[in-house]
Design a protein around this ligand. Structure first.
Ligand code: UDP
Length: 253
């Protein structure tokens, strides 16, 4: 069988050409990186969990009418997605101060923000994904004003959806990052949620204990990352409710 053509290899995923024009296959690796890849490890089971969790969130978003690139999960580590032109921005939504916001502004981690705050970083690993203003985005042509309106609306809808889903299972959505891509339907173009939504790209805290259930477990050496992600999957019903933390997850379906 002919080998699939690799389009791109990132820190946590590999993208291959899909079986039909306009499709790609996302392969979820077990590699974990932090601090712009200065800290690296392989966490057995992480890719499998993120594939399944991203499927769960993208499917839920589609069900409430938020367009995403997700088509279907193919197997334990791969999903079929619609190909799109990625807007070169990391779109971050914050409900509580944490991470770089706390460092930058000296706000204690966990402080509730007066309202969700959306911020943009320019996607460039060599530069460490610097924070940029909408003025930069417009001036350098990374996205149009219409795109920015659509991006803000998508980001806030994803925030409402994810906050609600997490709240229902006793988890506080502190912040998250999404990426957005452009697709063409005939003469029309529109923006859709792309990349992945997983505990790699969110901050998730247990509502009662404050326990971190996201990539900060790896960034800050707080325990086993796969166990934390397994807990999120278990609460959401992606893993059986009685599943004990495991590093080689046996997933439903
Ligand atoms: N984030 C991400 N990829 C990045 C940068 C940030 O997924 O390249 C996520 C991160 O996991 C967190 C949110 O975006 O949920 C806000 O991250 P922050 O700016 O606080 O950066 P960090 O503290 O991770 O450097």
């Amino acid at each position: 069988m002919a080998r699939r053509k690799k389009i791109y290899e990132g820190k946590a995923k590999i993208l291959y050409e899909g079986p039909e024009p306009g499709t790609i296959v996302q392969y979820f690796k077990d590699d974990a990186t932090a601090f712009n890849a200065q800290k690296k490890d392989v966490i057995e089971g992480k890719g499998v969990l993120n594939n399944r969790l991203s499927e769960y969130f993208m499917t839920g978003l589609a069900q409430i009418g938020v367009p995403t690139h997700f088509i279907k999960r193919i197997n334990m580590r791969e999903q079929l997605c619609r190909s799109c032109e990625i807007i070169p921005l990391e779109i971050i939504v914050r409900n509580y101060a944490a991470g770089s916001m706390s460092t930058r502004l000296g706000i204690e981690e966990g402080t509730q923000l007066p309202r969700p705050i959306v911020e943009y970083c320019y996607k460039d690993d060599a530069l460490g994904d610097p924070l940029v203003t909408e003025e930069y985005i417009a001036a350098f042509g990374w996205a149009s004003q219409q795109d920015m309106d659509d991006i803000l609306s998508l980001a806030l809808r994803v925030n409402d959806y994810l906050s609600g889903v997490m709240f229902a299972v006793g988890i506080k959505l502190v912040d998250f990052k999404i990426e957005v891509g452009r697709v063409y339907d005939g003469d029309f173009q529109r923006l859709i949620v792309a990349d992945e939504i997983s505990p790699d790209s969110c901050r998730l805290w247990d509502m009662e204990t404050g326990q971190k259930l996201d990539k900060d477990v790896f960034r800050r050496d707080l325990g086993n990352l796969a166990d934390a992600y397994t807990e999120v999957a278990r609460r959401l019903g992606v893993l059986p409710k009685n599943a004990s933390p495991i590093t080689k997850p046996t997933l439903i379906n």
